[in-house]
Design a protein around this ligand. Structure first.
Ligand SMILES: C[S@@+](CC[C@H](N)C(=O)[O-])C[C@H]1O[C@@H](n2cnc3c(N)ncnc32)[C@H](O)[C@@H]1O
Ligand code: SF4
Length: 296
C-alpha cells in the first residue's frame, strides 16, 4: 500500500491496476452525466488538491521504496487542471520518481479547450503519454440526452489535438446508451468519430443504471428501453462493421459485456465480426458471460 490518504472511492481504468494512483483532484469537475454516479457522494465534491500536498505525497511514495513505474492522475478528469499545474505535477513526478515511464489520466474533451497542441506536447515531454477519454457516443442526440456536455465536434477536436501532440488516447464508448430507437445512429456516429480520430485504444462497455433506469430514461420521453442481449450484439455489429480503423487496440472485455472481444482493428475486423454475428444468430453456440458474472 502506498502511504497516501485517499478520499474514497477512487476509480481508475482496469489497465492501471499496477499504477500509483495520485489523487491530484477530488471528484469530477462536470459530474452531470446521467448514467454516472461515480463521484456523487458528499465526500467527492470537486476540488483540486494543493500542489504542496501532492509534493508531500510523491515524496512519501519515493521514500517508501516501493516500485513505481506508472502513475495515474485521479480523479474523474485531472486534465481539467490548468497547463501550469499539470506541468508542475509532472515535473515533481520526474524529480522524485525518475523511474516512472508513463503518466496517464482521465480527460474530458473540454479539458483541452484552453490548452494548445504545443502545451500538450510539453506535457507529453514531461511524461504524460496516455489519456482516457469517455466519449461514450459520437451521436449528438445521444450526447444531449445523457447530458455529457460534449458533441461529435468537441470530441473530435480534442482527440485530434491529442494526436498532434503525440499523446495516446484510449476512448470509451458505451453500448446501449441510446436505447433501441437510437441504437443504430449511436453506433454509426460513434464509428464515424473513431474513424476520423483513429485513437490508439478503443474499449466498449455496456451502460448500467446505478441511479435507476427511470431517472436515466426521463429525458428520452418514453422512448428509452434497456437493450436486450441480442440488441446489444446488433449494436456491436453496426459499430464494428462501420469502423475503418488502421491500428487501434480494441477491447470489449469489461465485466459489463456479455461477449468478450479483443483484437487490433482493422487487422482483426473480420474475425471479430464473425464472433458478433455468431452471438447474434446462435447465442447458445458461443461462450457468453452469464448475467450473474456481469458487473460494472
Ligand atoms: C470514472 S469515468 C471517468 C471518465 C471521464 N470523466 C470522462 O468522462 O471522460 C470512466 C468511464 O466509466 C464509464 N462509466 C461511468 N458510469 C458508467 C455506467 N453507469 N455504465 C457503464 N459505464 C460507465 C464511462 O465510460 C466513463 O467514461
Ligand atoms: S462520466 Fe466522466 S464526466 Fe461524466 S460524470 Fe462521470 S466522471 Fe464526470
Amino acid at each position: 500500500m502506498y502511504p497516501i490518504d485517499y478520499i474514497e472511492p477512487v476509480f481508475r481504468p482496469p489497465s492501471e491496476w499496477k499504477s500509483l494512483i495520485l489523487q491530484v483532484t477530488n471528484g469530477c469537475s462536470w459530474n452531470q452525466c446521467s448514467f454516472c454516479d461515480m463521484y456523487t457522494s458528499a465526500d467527492k465534491k470537486f476540488k483540486p488538491k494543493k500542489l504542496e500536498v501532492i509534493e508531500q505525497e510523491i515524496i512519501a511514495v519515493a521514500r517508501s521504496n516501493q516500485p513505481v513505474s506508472r502513475v495515474f492522475l485521479a480523479d474523474g478528469d485531472a486534465m481539467m487542471l490548468p497547463f501550469d499545474r499539470l506541468s508542475s505535477i509532472l515535473t515533481l513526478i520526474r524529480k522524485y520518481l525518475p523511474q516512472v515511464s508513463r503518466v496517464s489520466s482521465y480527460c474530458l474533451p473540454r479539458n483541452l479547450k484552453n490548452k494548445t497542441v504545443q502545451q500538450l506536447a510539453e506535457l507529453k515531454a514531461l511524461g504524460l503519454t496516455l489519456v482516457y477519454v469517455g466519449c461514450e457516443s459520437g451521436d449528438n442526440e445521444v450526447l444531449r440526452l445523457i447530458n455529457k456536455g460534449e458533441t461529435f465536434d468537441s470530441s473530435l477536436e480534442a482527440l485530434l489535438k491529442l494526436k498532434h501532440a503525440k499523446i495516446k488516447s484510449s476512448v470509451m464508448i458505451l453500448n446501449g446508451l441510446g436505447g433501441p430507437q437510437l441504437s443504430k445512429q449511436h453506433a454509426l456516429n460513434s464509428a464515424k468519430l473513431m474513424n476520423l480520430a483513429q485513437p490508439e485504444y478503443l474499449s466498449t462497455l455496456v451502460v448500467s443504471f446505478p441511479m435507476g433506469l427511470e431517472r436515466f430514461a426521463k429525458p428520452f420521453n418514453g422512448t428509452f428501453k434497456e437493450l436486450s442481449q441480442a440488441q446489444l450484439f446488433q449494436e456491436m455489429e453496426y459499430l464494428l462493421s462501420a469502423l475503418t480503423l488502421d491500428k487501434t487496440i480494441f477491447r470489449s472485455d469489461h465485466a459489463s459485456n456479455y461477449l468478450v472481444l479483443k483484437g487490433v482493428l482493422g487487422k482483426d475486423k473480420t474475425q471479430l465480426l464473425t464472433q458478433v454475428r455468431l452471438a447474434l444468430r446462435q447465442p447458445n453456440a458461443i461462450n457468453l458471460r452469464q448475467e450473474w458474472q456481469r458487473g460494472l
